[in-house]
Design a binder for this molecule. Sequence first.
Ligand code: ASP
Length: 335
Amino acid sequence: MLDRRRFLTLSSLAGLIPPLSFGLAKPAISTNKGNAPTPVPSITEPSANRPFVISTWNQPKANAAAQAALNKGGSALDAVEAGVKVPEADPEDMSVGYGGRPDRDGHVTLDACIMDEKGNAGSVTFLEHIKHPISVARAVMEKSPHVMLSGEGALAFALANGFKKESLLTPKAEKEWREWLKTAKYKPVANIERHDTIGMLAIDSKGNISGACTTSGLAYKMRGRVGDSPIIGAGLFVDNEFGGACATGLGELVMRTCGSFLVVELMRQGRTPQQACEEAALRIVKKQDFTDIQVGFLAVNKQGEYGAFSIQTGFNYTMTLNKVTQVIDAKSYLK
Ligand code: ASP
C-alpha cells in the first residue's frame, strides 16, 4: 500500500479521480439573476428509513443505546447523547472519554460537541476529569448562552452543573503512555492507528436529525491541542433540512476544510451522502499531503440515505435500521 501511496502523487490526481457527477439531483437552491437565492422547500415526506442510527467505527453497543433511547420515545438528540456515552464510559475504548489515551504530558483531555435539529449546538474542548463530555456539551447548549466552553472554564461549568470530577487515566492507558515516552523523543506524532472518535447521527420517528461527536483526540498530542471533533462544521454538522455529517481521523485536515459542513452543504446542493463524503475527502487529498494520514466522513440525508468515504482503507461504520445493526467497511480513496 505504501508504494501505491507514493505512486499517487498529487500531480497525477486529476487523471485518477473519477469526475463526480454534479447533475444527478436537482440543486437545492435556485438563483434568480441578481436576486437572493430562492430556497427550495425542504423534504417533508415521511421516510421508511427511520428511526435510524449511524456511527463511525465499530460501535454496535453505542448504536444499541441510541436505538433504545429512540424506542422509549426519545428524540434524535437524546439518542445520540445516550449512544456516544457508551464508549465514553468504556475503559477499553482508548480513544474516547474514560480510558482515553492521554496527551504527551499524561493528561486525558476530551473534546465533544452535539447539535440538534433546530441548529442549536454545544461543545466542550480541552476538558479534563469529566467522564461524559457529550453531556457537558449538551448542557452548554441548553443551559448556557454559549456554544463552546474550553479547559478550566468547561470544567467549572461541568462541576457547577452537577458533573462529578474523576480521574480518567486508567492504568492501562498510563502504562502505554509511559512506554511511548521511552521512544517518542517527546514529540507529538500524528498517526493513523490510534484513533476511534465516535461521531453519531440519528433520525427519530419525526424525521428530525441530530448528531454528536466525542473523543480523547490524537494520542500523545501536545498539551492544549484541540482537534476537529468539538468544532461545529468540522467534526460534526447537522442541517435538519438536508442531513448531517461527522468526521474522524486527523482533525487538523478536517478543520482546514470545514469537513462536515462541506459534506452537508454538498448534500444541500444535490449530492447524495456518498457523493458528498467522497467529494469532501477528495478535496483533502488534492490539497494536502495525505501520506499515512486517515480522514473518514460519514453522512446521512433527510431521506435516511447514507454514505461514507475515507482516504485510507480501514474506516468502517455502524448502522442500525429496523433493529438490524451492521458494521460496514467504508469505501476509500487508497485501496
Ligand atoms: N478527529 C479526532 C481528532 O483529531 C481523532 C480521531 O478521529 O481519531 O482529535
